[in-house]
Design a protein around this ligand. Sequence first.
Ligand code: ZN
Length: 559
Amino acid sequence: MSRSHKGDPAVKGEVAAGAGAVEETRRGDGGEATGGLAQAVGVWLERTEAELATASTLAELVKVLVPRLYALGVVILQAVLEQRDGKWRDPKQQVACPKCDEPMKKKKNRIAIKRKTRIGEVTHNRTLWECEACGHAGAPVDAELQVGHGANRHESGFVSLLLHMVTALQFAKGCELFERSTGIAVSTQLAQGLVDQVGGEMFAAEMARAEEVWQLQFDRPELFLPGGERFVGRPRPGTVYLMEDNSKVGIHEGPRGRGAPEGKRTHYLDRLGKHEKGKRVKADKTGAGHWHDDGADDRPDEEMGPSGFKDVRALILFRAVDLKEGKGGRKYIERKVIRTHIGTAEEWKKLVHLALYEAGVFWAQRIVIIADGGQGIWELMQELLPQTPGRTVVQILDWCHAVSHLWKVATAYKGSKTPQQRSAARKWLSSLLDELHAGHPSVVLQRLRNCPTDKAVASDFADTLRKCIDYFDKHSERMLYGRFRKAGLLIASGPIESVHAWAIQPRLRLPGMRWSVAGANRMLRLRCSWASETWDADIASTLDALLRKPVKRKEGAAM
Ligand SMILES: [Zn+2]
């Protein structure tokens, strides 16, 4: 049963009574608006007592009370909002136009807008003023209350909470949870609209900042170099970890779902083909427990067409001092920066550059980069973070990726079908891993080169072996695990794997889920904010930015 009091005639009656009473009092003597509120609360109390009389058990009492308490909040809020608009009803008030600073003239009383708040929906009546010089129209009380249009039409706490829930869960489930916890029914359309607007603004603002900071490196290169007196007073970060990896998300551009025009729906046979393709991509991408296959599939996204699986690039940044140990030896990262994006390599480069700049990585003493074998990642890091005097850059190939390459060779060499084969593969692998762990990639490489290809179980063993040798050859400098461990450094990119595993995939890659690139990027911004634990500040600054933006209003639309 819904606890929603939306559309409850009793609540509406009270609200109207409360508002009316406030009006009357003000018209009467101009100073006793609280009398109106007291009267409205009196009406509320009578009604609440009557309802409580019908309840006998504790559960029933609370069930009656919870919506009544929200209703009381609405009654009070509505009365307060009426009071706040009161002074602007006086045409003798001086109101300066927020656009051109010329005096404004009162135009209309009681222009209503519905605002949702954490305690329910209120009808907000405002006095409208108009600037004769520039034609700008607005309600002065809106500026005072810092409310406006779009997402700012509603109370920011309401917006933040609803967004939080639909960022954590799918739209329908998030709205359901919201209703259960607040008693306020919301439509998925409202939630989706807020994600589009707030997530969209976050995305646009981040891209604009990225472009700005990218230009800044040419105008003020000293800001991107380590140390020096420029940074006196700003503590230099010691060791900073930086990890990058990709995963895939299903993209489908154009109309889809219930609203899609019939003609555009795919025939079931096409869908079957797509399903098979999807399964293949999935199988490719989840092999050996990793999200992708070390750049083996380096096809540009464009080749996949407008629909298909696209790369989500992700980055995590944190200082070594923020790596903490909790109960039971469980490691966690206290403060982290998470960035994700679907788009071109050029966009990603600028976004990573921005993240490095904002987190102060450019003047860190030591930067440890842990990633997989994808060449693009290392080229990007080389370009953005070259080793310079005063800055040590350590490149580490993720331990787990290295192991998975050796495991592929081991199973192709010794087999993986029978327990005996698997045991032999493990035995062979473990002696190699001992060498690798001790920091001797050259020994591993030598042993790989000495493998007799004719004794292999799998027919493609020679090919698997060659790929692995190339891989170890290319990355041996990044595999000096013994040295890294002695320096107390992490050698595995678990944190970035977990960004994909819980920050991205559970919201963007559920069965049958398809996103547009723009839609996925909007949701990714919100997910990053949530995962980076900067939610409150990010939502507040985004709503603030939206409030300052000029609104394109439809002709004749209500304020
Ligand atoms: Zn004006």
